[in-house]
Design a protein around this ligand. Structure first.
Ligand code: C5P
Length: 297
């Protein structure tokens, strides 16, 4: 369903922006096994789209390039989100038809499921005419997944803890980017398991960073500590980085637990050219040129 179609058919629509980990440092581990992270995160202008409509009975439909690969049952994060929010609101939460246009690949490190959950929280609050306090919403989000609170923000931020300690970064600029994924899903727990207790230095971003060049230097000096273990599982990650560099990317890195890698380019024209070249070489991969949101959006 094209974007206009979704807006026409569903009164309330939301975009679930792809989440990009510009940096992800693993700094420790909690007693419950969850890892402590320092992350610099931004969001892309591409993502899944969701529509919400009052209905006689709850319904859930899927479309989009990756709609068929997703289960529409109780394991789906969109439905878990609906049910969790309904527990809070009780009878006020009337039946709803939710449509998910799945444009992002599944289990790909760019937050698809978490962004969908956050968009469902936003969309259902609007549909049901509710206004929960920010803290309640943030704690519901965290119950749904470590990345859901930051997807609720959908703007540049630093996240610490397991992702719940969020500080927005109003001066992060927009970047021209190419996202590439070999369509091999990666299990996040498996990548974390392979870290085997390795703790790394925290993320130190210089204060007073200014302009795109300053940020590029800082991002270039940072890391994604999940990249080495993810490369063991999906060797194509190395190939993607090499291909993005060969196309002139200023920085290439993996996002989240992979396998999606991003390349930052100097202009959107350069990003679009690089995406076309990658797509020509690997027509079976997910390749997308996109601009990330700026902190001052
Ligand atoms: O919270 P979420 O469902 O996204 O996490 C999936 C899995 O990834 C967790 O069960 C855990 O094994 C691992 N994880 C972790 N540390 C984090 C986030 C996730 O170890 N900060």
């Amino acid at each position: 369903m094209p974007e206009e179609g979704l807006a026409e058919a569903f009164g309330v629509t939301e975009m679930a922006r792809a989440k990009i980990n510009l940096a992800l440092h693993v700094t420790g581990q909690r007693a419950d096994g969850y890892h402590l992270l320092d992350m610099l995160v931004t969001f892309a202008d591409c993502g899944d789209r969701l529509g919400f409509l009052p209905a006689q009975a709850d319904a859930f439909t899927l479309s989009g390039p990756f709609g068929e690969t997703l289960a529409g049952d109780g394991t789906n994060l969109v439905l878990r989100t609906r049910d969790l929010l309904r527990e809070q609101l009780g009878a006020l939460a009337f039946p709803v038809h939710i449509h998910l246009q799945k444009n992002l690949p599944i289990a790909s490190g760019i937050g698809g499921g978490s962004a969908d959950a956050a968009a469902t929280l936003r969309g259902l609050m609007r549909l049901w005419g509710m206004d929960l306090p920010v803290e309640t919403l943030a704690s519901l989000a965290l119950k749904l997944g470590a990345d859901v609170p930051m997807c609720l923000e959908s703007r540049p931020l630093i996240a610490r803890g397991i992702g719940e300690r969020i500080e927005v970064v109003p001066d992060l600029p927009a970047f021209a980017m190419v996202l590439a994924n070999p369509l091999k899903g990666v299990s996040t727990p498996e990548v974390f398991r392979r870290l085997a207790g390795k703790n790394n230095p925290a993320l130190h971003l210089a204060r007073g960073l200014s302009g795109t060049d300053g940020w590029l230097t800082a991002i270039g000096a940072a890391r994604n500590d999940l990249e080495p273990p993810a490369r063991e599982l999906v060797p194509e990650i190395t190939v993607i980085s090499q291909m993005l560099q060969a196309q002139g990317a200023l920085i290439t890195r993996m996002s989240g637990s992979g396998a999606t890698c991003f390349g930052i380019f100097s202009t959107m024209a350069a990003a679009q050219e690089a995406a076309a070249a990658l797509h020509g070489d690997r027509p079976d991969w997910y390749v997308q040129a996109t601009e990330t949101v700026s902190g001052g959006m």
